[in-house]
Write a protein that binds this ligand. Structure first.
Ligand code: AHR
Length: 474
């Protein structure tokens, strides 16, 4: 049976839905501020995003020209996409900081804004990779408008290639972690940690890891870009490995929160990478991450990645490592679950059954299920519908060309867009949000009075008033 959906027809249907569901129109598809859309910021690699105690989000990162240090500020993560960008400092006309400027990080240390970055000379040849770590300092309290000047060079244990420094404080002690090449070790870089005794002075350094595993030494033997997360009684230090093409990925070290962080034995390395290229979501070479929290205080992973695999020339000079963000979840034992890079578009959500919290909207291939097979199989992207402003479509991130479709027989299936009027109607739902419960209901437009619900371990259409029609948003 095909439907020709007229505007008059839709308005009547929607009004009927609202009346039938007994839900005030105000609760439907709230006109909330749009959330982040990936890529969050194009052509900003090595992104650091953090939420400062002034309530603003700050973003810095490498620009494709590697010639300047930039900074954005916004009240929301989504706002960083269009936020104006200040240039804090540019590489110098000549000398050791006249070439590449890489991977800046902004930190407030003893009340001063300091930006660490890696820099090299511009003399050409291999000399341009004589990369060392420097810092610039702001003369005022507002990093966006203050005057920035060179503070000096970070005094690392050896005079060798070093980059990607990050600063964190734990149990009242300030640390720096960074990547460096060490004499006598045939790798491009290893990870180190030391107390940061003053902005440019390190305490005794400890080597935390060298790239030795197969997924760490693809193209280049690299352990770089450390980032620190303290959750669930442990410290998690992610790092990036291999060449900066599609083989780039995240590894992770973890330590007990009460351990001696300067003792390498305190840290355990994950034998497998925790975040890798995903061709289904078209994100290649995800890495050089940082961590922040969203406006609701929920953990967010920040990273860069390209949306295509094949790169012409040296990946280091390919500009399309875009800044991306996504929610960070945890496994039952409190370990971060990175899932997969979620791909371009609005951030996906997860929907937990209000009648059985062990079951989420999920899929196994093209089969819809109610369960929790893996994080990525429970992440669905809501897209604007085709039946008026209040209609939406739902698509699994792992199958972005498939959509939830309501069957007249009460079934729910995943289908590709057949371009038919029937698909155009059956893939349309109206979302009703119950804000206080942080829950949502998806009422079918094609099958009046029915909504996405649960029946045993299956997703199916149920009466809109059925309690299983409500899904907690995660
Ligand atoms: O993006 C420039 C450099 O390339 C970064 O400092 C490093 O993390 C990456 O490999």
């Amino acid at each position: 049976m095909s439907f020709t959906l007229s505007r008059r027809g839709f308005i009547g249907t929607a009004a009927a839905l609202s009346a039938a569901s007994g839900v005030a129109r105000a609760a439907s598809t709230p006109a909330a501020a749009p959330g982040p859309v990936n890529p969050l910021v194009k052509q900003r690699a090595d992104a650091q995003v953090f939420r400062h105690d002034d309530g603003f989000y700050y973003l810095t990162g490498s620009v494709p020209e590697y010639d300047r240090l930039v900074l954005r500020r916004s009240k929301t993560i989504a706002g960083l996409t269009t936020a104006s960008e200040a240039v804090l400092w540019r590489h110098e006309a000549s000398g050791p900081r006249s070439g590449f400027l890489w991977a800046p990080e902004l930190h407030q240390i003893d009340g001063k804004w300091i930006m660490y970055f890696a820099a090299g000379p511009s003399g050409g040849g291999d000399d341009v990779f004589r990369i060392r770590t420097y810092a610039v300092v702001c003369d005022g309290t507002d990093p966006m408008t203050g005057k920035w000047s060179l503070l000096g060079e970070l005094q690392t244990p050896w005079d060798s290639f070093n980059l990607d420094s990050t600063v964190f404080t734990h149990n009242g002690v300030r640390y720096m972690a960074w990547a460096q090449r060490e004499q006598g070790i045939e790798t491009n870089s290893n990870l180190y940690i030391a107390k940061l005794e003053s902005p440019l002075k390190l305490g005794k350094a400890t080597r935390l890891t060298m790239p030795t595993l197969d997924w760490e030494i693809r193209g280049y033997k690299v352990a770089e870009a450390p980032a620190l997360l303290h959750r669930n009684g442990r410290l998690f230090m992610t790092y990036s490995a291999s060449a900066t093409d599609a083989r780039y990925c995240l590894g992770m070290l973890s330590a007990d929160e009460n351990a001696d962080l300067l003792d390498a034995k305190s840290w355990t390395k994950s034998p497998q990478p925790v975040f890798v290229t995903n061709s289904a979501t078209s994100v290649y070479g995800p890495g050089h991450n940082s961590f922040t929290v969203d406006e609701k205080g929920r953990d967010v992973l920040v990273y860069h990645g390209r949306d295509y695999e094949a790169i012409q020339g040296d990946p280091l000079f390919n500009p399309d490592r875009h800044t991306r963000v996504q929610r960070l979840y945890y496994t039952a034992d409190g370990t971060p679950d990175f899932g997969v890079p979620v791909g371009n578009g609005p951030l996906p959500e997860r929907f937990i059954s209000s009648t059985d919290p062990t079951r989420l909207m999920a899929h196994d291939g093209t089969q819809l299920v109610a369960g929790n097979p893996s994080l990525a199989q429970t992440q669905f992207r809501q897209l604007p519908g085709r039946a008026g402003a209040r209609s939406v479509m739902l698509s699994p991130i792992l199958m972005p060309d498939h959509y939830l479709v309501a069957g007249q027989d009460g079934s729910l299936t995943l289908q590709q867009d057949s371009k038919s009027a029937d698909f155009a109607l059956r893939s349309q739902f109206v979302r009703f949000d119950e804000k206080t419960l942080h829950a949502a209901r998806f009422v079918s437009i094609a099958v009046p009075g029915k909504a996405i619900g649960l029946s045993a371990d299956r997703l199916t259409l149920v009466a809109s008033r059925d309690s299983s029609a409500w899904w907690h948003i995660d």
